[in-house]
Design a protein around this ligand. Structure first.
Ligand SMILES: *[C@@H]1O[C@H](CO)[C@@H](O)[C@H](O)[C@H]1NC(C)=O
Ligand SMILES: *[C@@H]1O[C@H](CO)[C@@H](O)[C@H](O)[C@H]1NC(C)=O
Ligand SMILES: *[C@@H]1O[C@H](CO)[C@@H](O)[C@H](O)[C@H]1NC(C)=O
Ligand SMILES: *[C@@H]1O[C@H](CO)[C@@H](O)[C@H](O)[C@H]1NC(C)=O
Length: 369
């Protein structure tokens, strides 16, 4: 039988070390405290009950339930995109109007038991503000990324300020910065139509040894339209992967980026950014609004660009550093009535993307609301 002292020491180590490791997440200090508090209570109960059970097995059970939690976390991350849509003709349907106004759209997570077990939820304004309190969020990329930024601001801002944002943020092809005072959240939108622009941005963060807590990036449509060369796109993604991986303290399995890794973590201590990739949307060729787009942005080319993404191993699902926000599946499932130009979708699609991202952040930082 293991002495209560050793057990106590072990428990103390867990209580101290787990929150310390988590301090790197830097998301919401309130949540962090809540987490270590909850963990402490669990362990305290465990330790106090242990004398009544004369074997170590009970403690081992506690440890294995942590392992179960890890497995469940991975499975929940894989179910995040299990979303179902309801698209219905709106009450004042007018055949002369476009889909944006003629159809009402809403979404929810699927009701299968695997998805329900994960307890995903659409965060309200208060919870989102709490989660992002004190964070620096950067969204960089093309118009898809801009719509994601807009949906984040729609969640945390009042409608008055939001109208201003709408005007500023939609000035074509420009950067935008806002500090949401009440929650001390800073959001930068950086116009970066090509993957090269994103790689340059990440390189700049690394050089300045200063990077955001949450970095959301995405590109591809511009490259498809202006270069129409999937293998070139793939090469660019690979170099983005190398830069992005070097922002993370633990190097990904490829040996090639090890030196960069150590220099980034040298001053960055335990902080690490949460990285997301905004995937390309489903393209509905016949609805694209120029002849050039219809010629170049074909389904076949779209497929080639997808292969380029898979091969680059940029995304986590393929062993890379970025979590994919799968706009393709969301926009496909919302469907043809959710877009007017076959490329930009209605806000509910980007709202779903946002809530998927926020839930991923919660899961990644071991937090539960
Ligand atoms: C769709 O219709 C609305 C209202 O009629 C209009 O404001 C909007 O510009 C239209 N969108 C497109 C892309 O035609
Ligand atoms: C954000 O954090 C600060 C300091 O921890 C706190 O005073 C404030 O109430 C928080 N705001 C929200 C909206 O959670
Ligand atoms: C993005 O990269 C392209 C190609 O290097 C460059 O021409 C363009 O100026 C860059 N755009 C921005 C906004 O940085
Ligand atoms: C596509 O890009 C690759 C890699 O950059 C290049 O070698 C190739 O020549 C390009 N193909 C065309 C048709 O431009």
């Amino acid at each position: 039988m293991i002495g209560a002292v050793q057990l106590g020491v072990l428990a103390a180590c867990v209580v101290v070390l787990v929150p310390m490791a988590m301090a790197g997440y830097h998301l919401s200090r309130n949540k962090m405290l809540f987490f270590s508090g909850a963990l402490f209570i669990t362990l305290a109960i465990g330790v106090h009950l242990t004398p009544y059970f004369p074997t170590v097995n009970d403690f081992v059970t506690t440890v294995s339930s942590v392992v179960v939690f890890e497995n469940r976390r991975d499975s929940c991350l894989s179910h995040l995109h299990d979303v179902v849509w309801e698209v219905t003709p709106s009450p004042n349907f007018n055949p002369l109007d476009n889909n944006t106004v003629n159809y009402d759209k809403s979404w929810a997570w699927a009701s299968s038991s695997a998805v329900s077990a994960c307890g995903f939820q659409k965060l309200g304004r208060f919870d989102a503000s709490d989660l992002l309190n004190g964070s620096w969020v950067v969204v960089a990329g093309d118009s898809q990324a801009r719509l994601v930024a807009l949906s984040l601001l729609s969640l945390v801002l009042d409608s008055g300020p939001l109208e201003m944002v709408n005007k500023d943020l939609f000035k074509r092809h420009s950067d935008y910065q806002i500090v949401v005072g009440e929650i001390g959240m800073r959001l930068d939108f950086i116009w970066a139509p090509y993957t090269v622009n994103l790689t340059n941005l990440v390189t700049k963060f690394k050089r300045n040894r200063n990077f955001p807590d949450v970095l959301v990036m995405g590109s591809g449509l511009w490259h498809m339209l202006h270069f129409t060369n999937a293998s070139d796109f793939g090469v660019q993604l690979q170099s983005l992967r190398r830069s992005a991986a070097s922002l993370l303290p633990v190097s990904l399995e490829t040996g090639s980026n090890k030196p960069e890794t150590s220099s980034a973590s040298g001053s960055g201590s335990a902080r690490r950014p949460h990285l997301f990739w905004v995937g390309m949307p489903t393209l509905i060729n016949s609805m694209l609004n120029t002849e050039e787009k219809r010629e170049r942005m074909t389904d076949a080319m779209r497929g080639e660009y997808d292969k380029g993404l898979q091969k680059s191993k940029l995304i986590r699902q393929a062993g890379g550093p970025l979590w994919l926000l799968d706009i393709e599946s969301l926009s496909w499932n919302c469907g043809v009535r959710c877009t007017v130009d076959g490329m930009h979708y209605d806000m509910p699609v980007y709202e779903a993307v946002l809530h998927i991202m926020l839930n991923a952040l919660l899961i990644e930082s071991h937090q539960k609301l």
